[in-house]
Ligand binder design. Structure first.
Ligand SMILES: *[C@@H]1O[C@H](CO)[C@@H](O)[C@H](O)[C@H]1NC(C)=O
Ligand SMILES: *[C@@H]1O[C@H](CO)[C@@H](O)[C@H](O)[C@H]1NC(C)=O
Ligand SMILES: *[C@@H]1O[C@H](CO)[C@@H](O)[C@H](O)[C@H]1NC(C)=O
Length: 240
């Protein structure tokens, strides 16, 4: 039998490989929770926003929006953190997978992917809806349901075991560095970490970025798999 440190190394390598695949494209599993940063527009109330994210009672969003003492006083121009399940989805016409929330949206007469994406305030785009749904762009049935896909992250053991809850943030004019600073990732090493979670987004000012955020209990949520990994390592190392 191989010495324990070799087994441990093998385990770490295989766990890292599967988690890398789960970081987005080519995922095999998702995670139960991701957040999205939703910039509230005029005439949008919380009941409506919660309904877009399939949340029956907007008050449950209080958990992820502790900076607002009372959600009933939140206004247009404020950012609301919305919660959703970050699933591993398959494209309609290929076996390729990607991580996203998939939110059922009941179509009304005249809806297009553009009008539907418009309700989600840059958390998705009409192009992305067209790629992830089966209806042709100019022929969405009035009685149909469109799956509104909002990209998300579940973390990545190759990058850090300490972050397992992520906020999907539409840049809309800001850079990754500016958004990172708003979420207390200020130092150059912290920014370097966020760059790893957001490859190719260093100079972008549009599109989505993923920022690690704290749990309702006030601490960063570690990656789930890291707990299991420690458990397995103990199992193998302890007998020696
Ligand atoms: C909330 O917004 C929806 C959609 O715009 C509207 O139908 C509803 O009447 C609004 N509810 C309240 C309490 O303002
Ligand atoms: C979601 O992620 C995919 C890559 O998996 C990317 O091609 C797509 O543009 C992203 N969608 C949005 C709205 O940023
Ligand atoms: C969406 O993004 C566009 C382009 O950056 C911006 O003009 C618009 O205000 C954004 N809308 C919302 C609701 O954030």
């Amino acid at each position: 039998m191989a010495p324990p440190h070799v087994l441990m190394r093998l385990l770490l390598l295989s766990a890292a490989a599967s988690a890398a695949a789960a970081a987005g494209d080519g995922c095999s599993t998702g995670c139960d929770l991701a957040l999205g940063s939703y910039l509230i527009s005029r005439n949008q109330n919380l009941t409506y926003i919660a309904s877009l994210f399939d949340i029956p009672n907007y008050k449950t969003l209080g958990l992820y929006n502790t900076k607002y003492p009372n959600l009933d006083y939140i206004q247009a121009g404020d950012r609301l953190n919305v919660s959703f399940t970050c699933g591993c989805n398959t494209f309609p016409n290929s076996a390729a997978t990607y991580l996203a929330g998939s939110l059922p949206y009941k179509v009304s007469t005249g809806d297009t992917y553009t009008t539907i994406a418009g309700h989600f305030n840059n958390l998705t785009t009409s192009d992305w809806l067209a790629r992830t749904n089966t209806y042709p762009e100019n022929n969405i049935p009035d009685t149909g349901t469109v799956n509104v896909t909002v990209n998300c992250s579940c973390g990545d053991t190759n990058i850090s075991p300490y972050y397992g809850l992520f906020l999907t943030y539409p840049l809309t004019g800001l850079t990754l560095a500016a958004v990172a600073a708003n979420y207390s990732f200020n130092s150059s090493s912290q920014l370097e970490l966020l760059r790893k979670y957001n490859p190719g987004m260093d100079t972008a000012t549009s599109g989505l970025v993923f920022i690690p955020v704290k749990d309702p209990n006030g601490s960063y949520r570690p990656l789930k798999s890291s707990g299991q990994l420690l458990f397995f390592c103990k199992l193998i190392v302890l007998p020696h």
